[in-house]
Design a protein around this ligand. Structure first.
Ligand code: DC
Length: 221
């Protein structure tokens, strides 16, 4: 049986960092599913397509080929063959990714692609609907969260390192806005799956998170 670790949680809960650390420890791949919604959002922005226009976004999603590959530095995400990994972490693309993820047809296409990738190998997947929709039978299901202010602080520090000028207050507001949108959309809103283990990482280091999950993996196996 495949080893599938599903991690869901709100904005900047540390899902990607944790996913990468676990992938390194277990020697398996980590699929950052948010990057796929971001690649679609980025493409809409670049082509001047209004992210509020559901039909236009669904049309774009049908035509656009989103794919991933893995290198020494982890996942690379592609839109129509172009590596967009370096372009999808801006605040504008974060908002656009969240906007396009509201549409049922978009979600259907992304879920199908993610399920196909997961069926081929052992994998850690992180996102918003992995435990509930993408892999309801995952080996281990985690709902990762942390206090809103702590998540904003982590995201702000990350952005500072990249030389982005946003203030902590702006980042905090953006985190709250995106949480609201991800948790209140009509289609598959973010929620903790009933059988997911809740991990509040407000006072945890990444190493502690990894150890805690490895313990759960051991128990499940
Ligand atoms: O995890 P992230 O911040 O990179 O995700 C970007 C957006 O994509 C997020 O605001 C909501 C959406 N998303 C989703 O709806 N389902 C997923 N499995 C992953 C992300």
């Amino acid at each position: 049986m495949r080893l599938h670790i599903a991690i869901d949680g709100p904005v900047a809960a540390g899902k990607t960092t944790l996913g990468n650390a676990l992938a390194a420890r277990l020697g398996i791949l980590h699929l950052d599913t948010g990057a796929m919604y971001r690649a679609l959002g980025l493409t809409a922005l670049r082509r001047g397509i209004d992210t509020q226009d559901e039909q236009a976004i669904v049309d774009l999603c049908r035509k656009l080929v989103i794919s991933v590959s893995y290198g020494e530095d982890g996942q690379h995400t592609f839109a129509d063959g172009e590596d967009v990994t370096g372009q999808i972490r801006t605040p504008e693309v974060s908002r656009a990714g969240s906007m396009v993820s509201r549409y049922a047809e978009v979600r259907k296409a992304m879920v199908k692609l993610q399920q196909k990738l997961a069926s081929e190998t052992d994998m850690i997947l992180d996102g918003r609907d992995i435990c509930t929709t993408v892999l309801p039978n995952a080996t281990v299901k985690i709902y990762l969260t942390a206090a809103t202010e702590e998540r904003a602080r982590r995201r702000w520090l990350e952005m500072q390192k990249k030389g982005m000028p946003d203030t902590y207050e702006e980042v905090l507001q953006a985190v709250k806005d995106r949480d609201y949108q991800d948790m209140n959309r009509e289609v598959e809103p973010l929620r903790q799956a009933e059988d997911a283990v809740l991990m509040d990482t407000t006072n945890m280091t990444v190493d502690e998170e990894v150890e805690a999950i490895l313990k759960i993996v051991e128990e499940k196996r």
